[in-house]
Design a protein around this ligand. Structure first.
Ligand code: TMP
Length: 205
């Protein structure tokens, strides 16, 4: 089973991923985590290039090529193997992020993203949790971090990314679960636990 977590900066994805990973592992399942861009040796190098601040303008097409280079390599060197070994793979972001950030956020043509996505012949998550917070709350939560190239984008950009994620969730109701990420860590964990238990058909209590 392939589960992805999505959300703008400061939505609490990483905390929820850690909690659920621990729980699923404790139930005897093999769990593998990935982050995007990144995870593989090549992917982590791309991640550094992608996130590093630069004085040059980085076009969303350039971003999409970097992201899909990392994603295709991840598919071939991590994802398929682990899924066929029977692991539950938990992704800290996946392809929805390119639609949300590069397409809805930066105006990259949806059809272009669809074309490179389809041509790359990638797997799709079975289940996606989108952790929803406002752009204002996101900014508040990350204000004490040293911001990378993406985090330094404007609040208006993050508003568009959020709207994009909500649209993606609306378009894919069978896969994407929207969580109100203003809720407490425990409340969110409980919801995630219940939904995954139902999908896996196993009790995680
Ligand atoms: P993070 O996962 O540590 O938050 O950092 C990844 C950053 O990259 C984050 O700002 C979202 C951005 N990103 C995109 O813009 N498009 C993508 O497709 C992915 C996977 C990430």
């Amino acid at each position: 089973m392939f589960i992805s977590f999505e959300g703008i900066e400061g939505s609490g994805k990483s905390t929820q991923i850690e909690l659920i990973e621990e729980l699923i592992r404790a139930k005897g399942y093999q769990v593998k985590k990935l982050r995007e861009p990144g995870t593989t040796e090549l992917g982590e190098k791309i991640r550094n290039i992608f996130l590093e601040k630069t004085t040059e303008t980085v076009d969303p097409i350039t971003e999409a090529f970097l992201l899909y280079a990392s994603r295709k390599h991840l598919d071939q060197n991590f994802l398929r193997q682990n899924l066929s070994d029977g692991a539950i793979v938990i992704a800290d972001r996946y392809a929805d992020a390119t639609l949300a950030y590069q397409s809805y956020g930066k105006g990259l043509d949806h059809n272009f993203v669809k074309l490179i996505h389809d041509s790359s012949q990638l797997l799709s998550p079975d289940l996606t949790f989108y952790m929803d917070i406002s752009a204002e709350l996101s900014r508040e939560r990350i204000s004490d971090r040293e911001m990378d190239r993406m985090e330094s984008e404007s609040i208006d950009f993050f508003k568009k990314v959020r709207e994009g994620y909500l649209q993606i969730a609306h378009d894919n109701p069978e896969r994407v679960v929207v969580l109100d990420a203003k809720k407490t860590i425990d409340e969110l964990h409980e919801s995630i636990k219940k939904i995954i238990s139902n999908k896996l058909n196993v009790s995680l209590d």
